[in-house]
Design a protein around this ligand. Structure first.
Ligand code: TYC
Length: 101
């Protein structure tokens, strides 16, 4: 008895791509005290004093500054936490996220 064996004619290649990283962005406003922005950057993003001052001053001068880059869920959690820290004090401080190119 002869058996027929099918020979596959297509190859399936699976490509795994790393999930895109997301930037956390700090937005300037006219009301949040500079010191408070620096405190939040240190507490939530673990920046040191110099890094926190540079990020705060860049946002202050240019309107926005990238704080750091993380996996999407971490970026979103930190942005929310930092925005809520400002809201708890009645400040309009705002952090957002954006996928990296
Ligand atoms: N512009 C604010 C002030 O002059 C300070 C500030 C800096 C607020 C950066 C937000 O993302 C910010 N008090």
């Amino acid at each position: 008895m002869s058996k027929t064996v099918a020979i596959p004619r297509t190859k399936t290649e699976t490509k795994v791509e790393r999930p895109r990283l997301h930037k956390v962005i700090l937005f300037n406003d006219d009301y949040t005290p500079r010191d408070f922005v620096v405190q939040v950057l240190k507490a939530v993003f673990r920046l040191n004093e110099t890094q926190a001052l540079n990020v705060m001053m860049t946002a202050h001068r240019k309107g926005v500054c990238v704080v750091a880059v993380f996996a999407q869920d971490i970026a979103e959690t930190k942005a929310t936490r930092a925005t809520e820290a400002g809201a708890a004090k009645g400040y309009p401080l705002r952090f957002g996220t954006e996928p990296e190119e």
